[in-house]
Design a protein around this ligand. Structure first.
Ligand code: OSB
Ligand code: MG
Length: 367
């Protein structure tokens, strides 16, 4: 399979409601889509880098530049541009996992479409539907938060995740627990605390949370291990887990009782599958994270979540939780679950009219 050209397309997707985390507020998603045109088939992927480097060092303009300038030239030189062959050449470029994941996934989609194989089969998925959770942003008040959570509980989400930050931790958790009783509930701090906050974070223990996600900075593995000894709530890592090796280390050091897997954060679906495998081998539960994806990125995440080790509901919500109009057929909730696409590759394609409406820029790179 040879690469004939790549389209880098930028789309502007307004969110149905602002999404606030400890690192900032998103009003819309500025998404980079990658379309790989090969000798055998075309493949699509979504780059999860955000407009600013708030979640991690990557940002969408930078990711486009890395693809254009550093990832495409060595891929063109390869005898075969299949998703496995690009891994060693991408490894020579330091960092930029979201850029690498986007290009590798577009190639994976093309390669699987050419073979007529669904991504879920390639990954070893065992489920036809996946359980869904929803990530609820920081709000201006507790009543607003309770209204938002009430809507999601009524819609059938099987697990609620509350974003937290210093000053918005114990009280929102207490209020949601009191109002909704025995729901599956977890929190995500996106690195906003320090180990000195251990006594405060331990006050979350009485609320029987499934987990606390990434309470401390991404490079503070020892801190997470120390925090895990000072609270009962299981510590889950997101930002810190940049590879299968990082997952093995964090588990060995007692810093991660649970792992969030985001293909973009780790350089693609092959590495995501390895993380799944090492976590299963260590008895560590995993779940699929999200980055406010459109239907293109969501389709692939849903396929990943069908793997057997993904035993906790992912941050995989219905399209309408994010966007009034998705660029693919919308993903919908049925009994708190989302159906895994069964067609070849990621199993979905963008709707051309919907895509045209949100496109802000297209760049065709002939190779
Ligand atoms: O930390 O999991 C996170 C969104 C953007 C960046 C980071 C995160 C998130 C979410 C939303 O929590 C997950 C989703 O529903 O896509
Ligand atoms: Mg997170």
């Amino acid at each position: 399979m040879r690469l004939k050209g790549v389209e880098l397309r930028r789309i502007r997707m307004p969110l149905v409601a602002p999404f606030r985390t400890s690192f900032g507020t998103e009003h819309e998603r500025d998404v980079l889509l990658v379309r790989a045109v090969t000798t055998e088939a075309e493949g699509w992927a979504e780059c999860v880098a955000m407009s600013e480097p708030g979640y991690s060092a990557e940002y969408v303009d930078g990711a486009a530049e890395v693809i254009r300038r550093f990832l495409l030239p060595p891929v063109v030189a390869l005898p075969s541009a299949d998703p496995h062959s690009v891994e060693p050449v991408f490894a020579a470029v330091k960092g930029h996992p979201m850029a690498k994941a986007a290009l590798q996934t577009a190639l994976l989609d093309a390669w699987l479409r050419a073979a007529g194989m669904p991504l879920v089969s390639f990954l070893g998925g065992v489920r036809a539907t996946v359980a869904t959770g929803v990530s609820v942003g920081i709000m201006d008040s507790i009543p607003e938060l309770l209204d938002a959570v009430a809507g999601y509980v009524a819609a059938g989400y099987s697990r609620i995740k509350l974003k937290i930050e210093p000053g918005w931790e114990v009280e929102p958790v207490r209020a949601v627990r009191e109002r909704f009783g025995d729901i599956l509930l977890q929190v995500d701090a996106n690195c906003a605390f320090t180990l000195a906050d251990a006594p405060l974070l331990a006050r979350l223990d009485p609320f029987d949370l499934l987990l606390i996600e990434q309470p401390l900075p991404e490079d503070d593995i020892r801190g997470h291990a120390a925090l895990a000894r000072r609270m009962r709530t299981p510590v889950c890592l997101d930002e810190s887990i940049t590879s299968a090796r990082a997952a093995v280390d964090a588990i060995a050091l007692g810093a991660a009782a649970i792992v969030n897997v985001k293909p973009g954060r780790v350089g693609g679906y092959l590495e995501a599958r390895r993380i799944h495998d090492v976590c299963v081998a260590n008895g560590v539960p995993v779940w699929v994270g999200g980055m406010l994806e459109t239907g293109i990125g969501r389709a692939a995440n849903v396929a990943l979540a069908a793997m057997p080790g993904f035993v906790l509901p992912g941050d995989i919500s219905a399209s309408r939780r994010y966007y009034a109009r998705d660029i693919t057929e919308p993903f919908v909730l049925v009994d708190g679950h989302i159906r895994v696409p069964s067609g070849p590759g990621i199993g979905v394609l963008p709707d051309q009219a919907a895509l045209a409406e949100v496109t802000t820029r297209t760049e065709w790179i002939p190779l």
